[in-house]
Design a protein. Structure first.
Length: 354
């Protein structure tokens, strides 16, 4: 009993040990399977982690490159911003300079416009001064009152367009001088020229002193004595007186207190008449030119020519001499007031102008 009892107890531990070995083997196999599975999973995880790390590294590199690009772009943008700020500041400075230049140009244009306006006004005043000088020349040199009045009227019309109150004294002087010239005495040059024309037309008909008479005319004293004898005496006395008168009319002897005039041939008579016409024509030309000295000299020469070569007792000669004497007294250069006051006032305005 003891042996049987000991035998089963011996087999039980053997089965227990085999079962334990199987269990251990299963556990080892399970452990190995778990280790393999864990290693495979670990390898997969490591592989995925490696790939992820590589991807992340590539991403990091790409991000680093992009960051560097962004930094470079940021720097470029910063530089561009600085450049833009500098450009903006330069533009602002240039705009300010342009505004200053524009303001300076506007001021310069305003000064130029003011200068031009003043220059135009000064030019017109200079033209008015020339007109006043012309009026003075016409009065002093040519004795032309009408031309001087016309120059004064033109000067006054130009001053009226300026509308400058400083020119009112000048215009006042112009009005006074124009009225003075209009009221000044004027020589009747046209009437005198017409009178000389009439004398020139009648000069050829004036009788010469030494011209031979076309028929004999007895003296007035003899004709008066004959009429008295015929009224008082009878026929014998009348007969004797008629015979004596006939004899006395054949020859006439009497004394002359002046030199006897020498008879002129027809050619010289024509020359005397032509010279008188030339003297009268010269006097008319000097009259129209208002040359007083030449006019009076030619009038005196014409009168002397009439006295030397024409009959002094002829009515036509006396009338011509009287007309020449009247014309000689004609004042061709009456006193004319010179327009000097207006010129003086205008020059004072020009000196006071800026």
């Amino acid at each position: 009993m003891t042996d049987q009892a000991l035998t089963p107890s011996t087999s039980t531990p053997v089965r227990s040990r085999s079962w334990l070995r199987g269990l251990l083997l299963v556990l080892l196999l399970g452990l190995l399977a778990g280790v393999g599975l864990g290693g495979w999973k670990l390898w997969q995880q490591w592989q995925s982690t490696t790939e992820m790390l590589e991807a992340e590294d590539a991403l990091i590199r790409r991000l680093s490159y992009q960051i560097r690009q962004l930094e470079a772009d940021t720097e470029n943008l910063a530089r561009r911003g600085d450049d833009n700020d500098s450009a903006s500041r330069r533009n602002a400075q240039q705009l300010a300079a342009l505004q200053n230049q524009q303001e300076a140009s506007q001021l310069a244009l305003a000064r130029v416009d003011e200068t031009l306006r003043g220059g135009r006004a000064r030019f017109q005043l200079a033209a008015v001064e020339e007109l006043l000088l012309l009026a003075n020349d016409r009065v002093r040199l040519a004795r032309d009152a009408r031309g001087a009045v016309l120059a004064l009227e033109t000067a006054d019309s130009r001053l009226a367009t300026l509308s400058d109150p400083r020119l009112l004294p000048v215009r006042e002087a112009l009005a006074q001088e124009r009225l003075a010239l209009l009221s000044a005495p004027q020589a009747d040059v046209a009437g005198a020229a017409l009178s000389l024309g009439g004398l020139i037309g009648r000069a050829a008909a004036l009788p010469l002193r030494a011209r031979t008479p076309s028929h004999f005319e007895p003296g007035a004293a003899r004709a008066e004595a004959h009429r008295e004898l015929a009224a008082d005496a009878g026929w014998p006395e009348r007969l004797w007186a008629g015979v004596g008168q006939a004899l006395t009319t054949v020859f006439s002897i009497h004394r002359e207190a002046r030199p006897v005039d020498r008879l002129l041939p027809p050619a010289q008579e024509a020359l005397v008449q032509q010279l008188l016409l030339l003297k009268l024509e010269g006097a008319r030309l000097a009259l129209l030119r208002q040359e007083s000295a030449s006019f009076r000299e030619l009038i005196d020469s014409s009168r002397a020519w009439l006295d030397d070569y024409y009959k002094p007792d002829d009515a036509a000669v006396l009338a011509a001499d009287s007309e020449l004497e009247r014309l000689r007294a004609l004042d061709l250069a009456p006193g004319l007031p010179a327009p000097a006051k207006s010129l003086e006032r205008l020059r004072a305005v020009l000196r006071a102008a800026p």
